[in-house]
Design a protein around this ligand. Structure first.
Ligand SMILES: Cc1cc2nc3c(=O)[nH]c(=O)nc-3n(C[C@H](O)[C@H](O)[C@H](O)COP(=O)(O)OP(=O)(O)OC[C@H]3O[C@@H](n4cnc5c(N)ncnc54)[C@H](O)[C@@H]3O)c2cc1C
Length: 459
């Protein structure tokens, strides 16, 4: 395949579009939320003519209650939409982390891409703000209410999409490339039979809702409340836009059938079982319905092939508890746009498949450390069942030192490289230093004062 597509590509059903409007573009992007809007914008900025399709009509809700950081803001700024998002009455979240009955790992976010704060915004509000701006961009034709029902193939490659505008007659659009930015249940991935790799089930599912009159902890924050005694549940409390607070609870996926019988009780009872959250929410009023995400695998999907490419959740899905989905969708779009540039530049010698394989490899290399870190974390819980608990003393040790706490929470916004912090050597160093600085002096003091008998205890 050459770097330039055949200009006179013969389309099998060229007359299928009933209207007189344009039916051929450089790129068709299916799905117009985070991954799709970013891909469309970054390609249009290179001069590509893009058709951006979504079956939703914005504003439209979707299941997601996100927080995102400076690394995402950098790309939203590049897209020209950050100012629109910041006009939405959205607090700057600077305090971030995990709180348990045993340790408090809530710290100030370090700087990431020049920003030491995060935002949490309702998705219908945020996606609508982005869409309003993108509709104005030259080079992007937006079609909302358009459901893609299939792909068009010619000579073994994807050359377009079929679909219906608000259930009307089928229409066909053609392009040099079709981007599937259509989420976890991607029709593009299904049609091209993209295979999953590195998939594993996520341990928890999520219910959430937005509340008014939830008390802050002094300044805008995003706190995960967890219990070292009862690891089956956790509550996430994020200060969101317009004075709202989003409260999410994580419950074990293995017991989803039990919890789904009464989502309201699941959500309300779980967060009220954490004393500090119950206190913060004593005057709270729920202002949205309860949304949820059931059991779901994390995965990577083969994300390119002849004439097609996947971006965002369509190509790679990670447990929402990591708070990385938006960042990865945006960064994936950026990497895809860079690959497009290599393929599309005049006289390019980089084929479509080569450029897109580089995109996929780059995406995987960047996202795999957090993907693996959470998976290893889950495996460590199995070790806990054998009585070997590494996580608890590790988090306690990190929470005792401000420098470590900042580095740890910097993993979430990209300020800290996962592998530089969560490697075996560094973990061992943290545990040993903690023993020398805190545990041993504490025990010696106990022995001297006669309040403890000397015992050898392993971490
Ligand atoms: C409960 C929950 C909490 C989360 N919390 C966080 C968080 O804190 N931080 C974070 O970064 N991420 C979070 N995420 C993940 C984040 O929401 C996703 O990673 C992100 O939304 C992916 O964006 P996307 O554009 O790839 O896909 P989506 O947002 O799923 O968009 C796909 C679009 O494709 C359209 N589409 C699908 N099929 C078709 C079709 N056939 N024709 C036309 N259009 C179609 C859909 O209408 C949709 O608009 C969370 C997710 C969940 C479920």
């Amino acid at each position: 395949m050459s770097g330039v597509f055949e200009n006179n590509l013969q389309h099998p059903s060229r007359t299928a579009n009933p209207s007189t409007e344009r039916d051929t573009f450089d790129v068709i992007v299916v799905g117009a939320r985070i991954a799709g809007s970013a891909t469309a914008t970054l390609l249009a900025q290179q001069g590509a003519e893009v058709l951006l399709l979504d079956r939703a009509t914005f504003p439209a809700p979707t299941v997601s209650c996100p927080i995102f950081h400076g690394n995402s803001m950098r790309i939203l700024e590049k897209m020209g939409v950050l100012a629109d998002i910041e006009a939405l009455d959205v607090p700057r979240i600077r305090r971030y982390g995990i709180r348990t009955e045993e340790f408090d790992l809530v710290a100030r976010l370090p700087r990431s891409n020049g920003r030491d704060y995060a935002y949490s915004i309702r998705r219908d509000v945020m996606d609508n703000a982005i869409m309003q701006r993108i509709r104005t961009y030259p080079g992007i034709t937006v079609r909302e209410g358009f459901s893609v029902t299939g792909l068009v193939w010619a000579n073994g490659r994807v050359v377009g999409v079929r679909g219906r505008q608000n259930g009307k007659a089928e229409q066909t659009f053609y392009a040099r490339a079709v981007v599937g930015a259509d989420g976890k249940r991607s029709i593009v991935a299904r049609e091209v039979e993209a295979e999953k790799y590195a998939a594993h089930p996520n341990p928890s599912c999520i219910y959430y809702a937005y509340y008014r009159n939830f008390e802050s902890i002094g300044e805008p924050s995003a706190v995960v409340y967890a219990s070292v005694e009862d690891r089956e549940k956790a509550v996430l409390v994020f200060d969101a836009d317009n004075g709202l607070t989003v409260v999410s609870v994580g419950v074990p996926a293995a017991r989803f059938d039990e919890y789904r019988k009464d989502p309201e009780a699941t959500l309300e009872t779980t967060w009220r079982s954490f004393p500090e959250v119950a206190e913060r929410g004593r005057n709270a009023e729920r202002v949205t319905s309860i949304m949820g995400q059931g059991p779901m695998d994390s995965y990577y999907r083969q994300s390119y092939g002849p004439g097609w490419v996947l971006v965002g959740d369509a190509g790679h899905y990670i447990d929402p508890i990591t708070g990385q989905g938006i960042n990865y969708a945006l960064r994936g779009a950026e990497l895809l746009a860079e690959a497009w540039a290599r393929f599309n530049q005049p006289g390019a010698r980089v084929s479509w498949l080569k450029a897109m394989s580089e995109y996929q490899a780059h995406r995987d290399a960047e996202t795999r450390p957090i993907f693996d870190m959470y998976y290893v974390g889950e495996q460590m819980q199995l070790i806990n069942k054998l009585g070997i608990d590494i996580g608890r003393p590790l988090f306690r040790a990190i929470s005792r030192r401000a420098d470590l706490a900042t580095r740890y929470i910097g993993i979430s916004n990209g300020a800290t490289r996962v592998n530089e912090f969560m490697n075996a050597q560094n973990i061992a160093r943290i545990l040993v230093e903690d023993a020398l600085m805190f545990e041993m002096p504490h025990r010696l003091l106990q022995m001297v004062s006669g309040t403890a008998t000397p015992t050898l205890r392993t971490a």
